[in-house]
Design a protein around this ligand. Sequence first.
Ligand SMILES: Nc1ncc(C[C@H](C[SeH])C(=O)O)cc1Cl
Ligand SMILES: [Zn+2]
Ligand SMILES: [Zn+2]
Ligand SMILES: [Zn+2]
Length: 305
Amino acid sequence: GSFYEQYHPLEEIYSWINKISHEHPDMLEIILIGSSFEKRPLYVLKLTGRRNSPRRAMWIDCGIHSREWISPAFCIWFVQNAIDSYNKNPEITQMLDNMEIYVLPVMNADGYVYTWTTRRMWRKNRSRYEGNNCVGTDLNRNFDAGWCTKGASHDPCDNTYCGPYPESEPEVSAVAKFLREKKDSMKLYFTIHSYGQMLLFPYSYSYNQAPNHDELQNLANEATQKIRRYYRTRYSSGPGATTIYLAPGGSDDWAYDLGIKYSFTIELRDTGRYGFLLPPQLIQPTCLEVLTAIKTITHHVIENT
Ligand SMILES: Nc1ncc(C[C@H](C[SeH])C(=O)O)cc1Cl
Ligand SMILES: [Zn+2]
Ligand SMILES: [Zn+2]
Ligand SMILES: [Zn+2]
């Protein structure tokens, strides 16, 4: 199948980032936001339409957890689809004309390489700290949002190790720094994970409801109902704490508390048959259904911000 129906190692993703940016210099700009623990570059693609300069921005990060290969595959697919659909699909055209879209295809660069070379099921990054007898911090427990309370671990050998302190991880501090700088224009945050087929929103670090809980729940319901209707796939939705598990230090909760009131974690396919080992032929159907959810939510945000 095509490039967009296969999984790719990090080097090929970097080449793709370069290639597509040079093919579409009017719509894409590469931004280096920092580097990983092992000094790999963290590239963000800034995607915009060819018309006026939008006043709103949205963010999509992929690959926080290295074993969730469908996640970077989605970010790559999303960028090419948006470019191909601009001026053809009205919802994509509206999105690009009203939003600067920042896409981070592989946040956990070191872990992603490690899943290709050494351990396919690796989740964390590859940071090492003096005195720790295990490697890696869970980047989705390292954000400064209820940091290392219930649902994360202080044990460096655990898969939910929160790190030595909030934003200790260079990957997390790079993203947090970028979003803090953009917080006035940033209206919508998506972080892409697998698996479970869920549309989650704050909070995960507490059972308290977010102030705009009803709006987020209605929006999530509308999005998952669209997926059900057009693709027959079932996605559940709700606050992270009650829909998946109580867990602190996540990027969506941190983005929400920064002031991005539309903040979602999307858990892509499947529900356990293949799990993290989703076959490449399911990349396209997964991306199509999730795009529907993103269009629905983005349309609402454009109308309400
Ligand atoms: N704020 C959050 N939002 C979503 C999740 C679920 C993901 C699923 Se892989 C995780 O466990 O990191 C976890 C947290 Cl801490
Ligand atoms: Zn994940
Ligand atoms: Zn997951
Ligand atoms: Zn509308």
